[in-house]
Ligand binder design. Structure first.
Ligand code: FES
Length: 502
């Protein structure tokens, strides 16, 4: 008998993206019922699936092998109380199945007896009864002797249910898995959801959400007190609770930049250093927010940075290069300015004016260069030089959301620092079947914008229509203008073209 799996779990087990499964569903290769797929249909859609090649299998093996390593146990597995509750739930399910099985067994025995009885009492029916008896025995032998591979998928799903819990968020229908000690909020953010929250620390109450079905457990201290009425309705703080069972939540999610409030945070510089040994004209600025005052933003957005206290003379707006899933550690890629006075904040950074541990004021976030809400179209990113900064954040976010069937990155370099994160881009391309990386060079941004747009058209036209993609352009004005004009002339719909001038 085939078992039903949620899309997230099915993708997890087979080792493909949710976007890839959704494409198979759209193309009729993978039937679904209420957003669930059966193990049999999954195996039909992925006939070459090998359990031992899937990440899920490796994870279970790793947990098994390292089960005595205390630190690994703490990182990978949920708390012992949650594990005990999940095992209890599995045991209950197993007990019910055993009970049903015993019932079926009794039924088969009674049926055999009845066939033999009719055969003896009514000789005229002997032939039919013998055929019926044989069919029954054959059917039983087939079921008992079956070693269908789909059984393995069901076993893996049961195992994953102990290690992870599945969460569905209403009304968006978004899904994510919670592993180890993660809270609902941390796991949701890591999966690319823009859940409503504030302090991340149990103080503000902004992350409250209603548990519709399932069971959760508090795993973090919280000072915020829910009212009696809220508790009775099933409200919990996402930043303080972890799921015990699979859970359905009603929670607020940002639909776009307009739903993210402006914030002011005094943070600290963690480090300022060349982004790699060969790229001394590009700095990586790493800023860390206080544990109790994290920064909520969407991938692709910018922040104003200023020296704390006396910031008005020395401030700048930079795009965040890191993923919103890590709201404490913010990364910025800062280019050495070409001309004095062009960017005084960057000049101060290159002159060593900002030291590790120093306070820095952040406010924002700003901008709408964010992933189009609800779009599952293939995405093309095109960046020029440090225009890669917001694109890096968008790619990390898109990979976390895992709902897009293909991502392509065209990165044009016109500076001596070139593709300063080439290793990371190549690693994405090697590790992910649906990620494609095309490094390009040009003598200047305008020429490069034109050649990049032509490369996109040539690449995209080989795999589908331009209008079936979302295209994000980021870089100097000359690059963005040239590329956008060329793409528009090639038929790219304006609504699917997203622009960011750095
Ligand atoms: S985010 Fe502030 S209480 Fe949860």
């Amino acid at each position: 008998m085939s078992q039903r799996l949620t899309l997230s779990r099915a993708a997890h087990i087979v080792g493909v993206s949710r976007g890839a499964l959704q494409r198979k569903m759209r193309e009729g290769e993978l039937p679904s019922h209420d957003g669930m797929v059966s193990t049999v249909d999954l195996l039909r859609a992925y006939p070459d699936f090998d359990l031992e090649d899937s990440g899920a299998f490796e994870r279970v093996v790793r947990v098994k092998e390292e089960a005595f390593g205390r630190r690994v146990m703490e990182r990978v597995l949920p708390s012992s109380q949650i594990l005990a509750q999940r095992l209890f739930a599995q045991s209950q399910e197993l007990g019910e199945l055993r009970h049903h099985l015993q019932g079926y067994h009794q039924l088969v025995l009674a049926l055999r007896e009845r066939i033999a009885q009719i055969s003896a009492e009514r000789p005229a029916l002997q032939v039919e009864m013998a055929a019926l008896g044989e069919a029954l025995e054959r059917g039983l032998a087939a079921v008992l002797g079956s070693s269908e591979p789909s059984d393995n998928i069901a076993v893996m799903d049961d195992m994953l249910k102990v290690i992870t819990a599945h969460v569905t968020v209403r009304p968006s229908g978004r899904e994510f898995l919670v592993e180890g000690h993660d809270t609902l909020l941390r796991a949701g953010l890591s999966s690319g959801l823009a859940l409503n929250y504030g302090c991340g620390n149990g103080n503000c109450g902004l992350c409250k959400a209603r548990v519709v079905t399932g069971e959760v457990r508090r795993v973090q201290h919280c000072d915020y007190v829910l009212s009696e009425a809220e508790r009775l309705q099933g409200y919990v703080l996402l930043c303080a609770h972890s799921p015990v069972t699979d859970v359905v939540l009603e929670a607020l999610e940002a639909q776009g930049p307009e739903d993210i409030p402006e914030q002011r945070i005094v943070a600290r510089v963690k480090s300022v250093a060349p982004i790699n040994a060969a790229a001394t004209d590009t700095l990586l600025l790493h800023v860390q927010t206080p544990r109790s005052n994290r920064l909520r933003f969407l991938a692709g957005q910018s922040l104003t940075l200023a020296l704390a206290g006396d910031g008005r003379d020395c401030q700048a707006i930079y795009t965040v290069a890191s993923c919103p899933c890590d709201d404490r550690n913010l990364h910025f890629h800062v280019a050495r300015p070409d001309h004095p006075g062009e960017d005084v904040f960057a000049e101060m950074l290159f002159a060593g004016g900002l030291k590790s541990g120093q306070e820095i004021m952040l406010w924002g976030p700003w901008g709408d260069f964010t992933l189009a809400a609800g779009s599952s179209r293939p995405i093309v990113f095109a960046a020029c030089d440090t225009g890669f900064s917001p694109v890096n954040s968008l790619i990390e976010h898109a990979l976390a959301v895992d709902a897009v069937e293909s991502l392509s990155l065209y990165w044009l370099a016109t500076r001596s620092d070139g593709h300063y994160r080439a290793n990371q881009c190549r690693a994405w391309a090697e590790a992910l079947d649906h990620f494609h990386y095309f490094p390009l060079t040009a003598p200047d941004a305008a020429t490069g914008g034109l050649s990049t747009a032509r490369a996109i058209c040539a690449g995209v036209l080989a795999s589908g229509k331009l209008g079936e993609h979302d295209v994000y352009l980021s870089g100097p004005e000359a690059f963005v203008a040239a590329a956008a004009a060329e793409l528009a002339a090639a038929g790219m719909p304006e609504a699917q073209l997203f622009l960011k001038v750095i």
